[in-house]
Ligand binder design. Sequence first.
Ligand SMILES: [Zn+2]
Length: 110
Amino acid sequence: MYCTHCGAQLAEEAVVCPACGCATENHAKQQAAAKANASDVLKKVAKILMIVFCAIEGVYLIPLCWMLPMTLHYIKCVDEGIPVSLAFKICTILFASLPAGVLMVVADEV
Ligand SMILES: [Zn+2]
């Protein structure tokens, strides 16, 4: 292998020419490989973060399992003039919406 800059003979694994100090083709290859490695690591970390955050954010969807049915039930009760039970009001305060549950309790006292 010869230096592309000054033509001096180089060892096969040389990354810098000992005669002129210029970077050899090996140097460019090493840099490209290091860059690709760093990029792969970042992509792997991003992949793991996406999976972890899916799990974390997904937890926030679980309350919808009871929030939606409770909301629909209450809308139906209000629209049809059916009184909601005390248990429903307490559950609303505890698991759905504190202000909405308090208003449900107060609404019957008025
Ligand atoms: Zn050289």
